[in-house]
Design a protein around this ligand. Structure first.
Ligand SMILES: Cc1ncc(COP(=O)(O)O)c(C=O)c1O
Length: 390
């Protein structure tokens, strides 16, 4: 029903992914697969009502109404078996902003906050920028994928007196969709040591066949009461620029403290177009979303086959979820500088280098595959050509 192969030019739209490479690198010859947004347009069933709203011409203050909460809860019930009560939710402009407010509201200056690198790099920035201490329990690369070292996790929590655990569920960039069993163990350990969990579930809608995302709040009632959950339709429907995210806190005491921090930051009403888009996508986006997942699975198969056939020295870390692909370049035997040169100067690609997600990942690069397949073909052809010329 939907044409995900269509190339929609994004240059000249103030797109961070496309239009800001020149500002960052001074170059205009790089194909961008870095920022985690998609090259796909909203379906007409969502776009048309948004256009009508734009045509109205008045963009005064807004607030979410019952229909917004119904759409949000309906989406999570249909797709993830989670009922979100209206009172649990606080709308904020972004999940990272939501994390920052949780840090300010629910920890003290100097408190230790734990992350699992390699992980989405704003996690460490937002912890350090708010004067908290960063503790890393590195995910273990077992040669094909990533696992949690639960002993290390618990030891670090005890030794560093950790107060908050910033979980990425599913995990960007390694693509793990944490299992119920893993989340149960996290819940046991964190509650045993009075560690609050912030579960960033922005990628929860993206799972590949055979994997199921478990909202942290569905692990158990106790887990739900010990957690702040960050969600947003922004990744799933490519509306990050409309600035609407949902921070779900079932525990009333935590929620009260959280809302106080949001109010103290000076934020109140949400983005008028974002709230409307957030409601529309959750109410009308099911068909588009299903086709999107299937298209992304096709993109993943394309990469898998391409690497097997043309670039056997590169290792695809099979993702269980997200649309971000983590590729290991270790097999080339190059230094980090040589790798960067290969990617940028020879392959003319703009990617997120593994090192920004954690020091141990210097031989990895992250590729965003939420684009028309022909763009991926071009990107991997450029990479092949660059590697052939080594
Ligand atoms: C794990 C994770 N959290 C949060 C974000 C960004 O969220 P926001 O733009 O709502 O702050 C991203 C974007 O890539 C992400 O990967």
């Amino acid at each position: 029903m939907y044409d995900f192969d269509q190339i929609i030019p994004r240059y000249g739209t103030n797109s961070l992914n496309y239009d800001f490479i020149k500002e960052r690198t001074g170059r205009e010859d790089l194909l961008p697969l870095w920022v985690a947004d998609m090259d796909f347009s909203l379906p007409s069933e969502v776009l048309e009502p948004l256009k009508e709203r734009v045509a109205h011409g008045i963009f005064g203050y807004s607030d979410p109404k019952e229909s917004y909460y119904k759409a949000l809860s309906g989406w999570y019930e249909r797709h993830h078996h989670w009922t979100i009560e209206r009172r649990w939710n606080t709308v904020v402009p972004g999940v990272v902003y939501g994390i920052a407010q949780a840090i300010l509201a629910l920890t003290k200056p100097g408190d230790a906050i734990l992350i699992q690198q390699p992980v989405y790099y704003p996690f460490s920035e937002v912890i350090l920028d708010n004067g908290r201490c960063l503790v890393n329990s590195e995910l273990v690369f077992n040669g094909t994928g990533y696992e949690i070292d639960f002993e290390d996790l618990e030891r670090k929590i005890l030794e560093e007196d950790v107060k908050m655990f910033l979980l990425c569920n599913p995990h960007n960039p390694v693509g793990r969709v944490w299992t119920l069993e893993e989340l149960r163990r996290i819940d046991e350990i964190t509650r045993r040591h009075q560690v609050l969990v912030f579960s960033d579930e922005i990628h929860g809608d993206f799972t590949f066949p055979g994997y199921e995302y478990t909202p942290y709040a569905t692990v158990s009632e106790e887990a739900a009461q010990n957690a702040v959950i960050g969600t947003s339709p922004s990744k799933t429907f490519n509306i990050a620029g409309l600035q609407v995210s949902n921070i779900v806190i079932p525990n009333p005491a935590l929620r009260k403290q959280y809302r106080h921090a949001v109010a103290a930051s000076g934020y109140s009403q949400g983005n008028t177009m974002g709230l409307l888009a957030g409601e529309l996508v959750y109410a009308r986006g099911d068909d588009w979303y299903k086709e999107l997942l299937s298209y992304l699975d096709g993109n993943l198969s394309f990469i898998r086959e391409y690497l097997k056939e043309h670039l056997p020295k590169l290792q695809l870390i099979e993702p269980e979820g997200t649309y971000l692909i983590w590729i290991n370049f270790e097999g080339l035997g190059l230094t980090k500088e040589q790798l960067d040169q290969l990617i940028v100067d020879r392959a003319h690609l703009f990617l997120d280098a593994g090192s920004i997600f954690g020091a141990a990942s210097a031989q990895f690069y992250r590729f965003n595959i939420a684009c028309p397949r022909s763009i991926l073909e071009q990107a991997f052809d450029q990479l092949k050509e660059a590697m052939d010329s080594l």
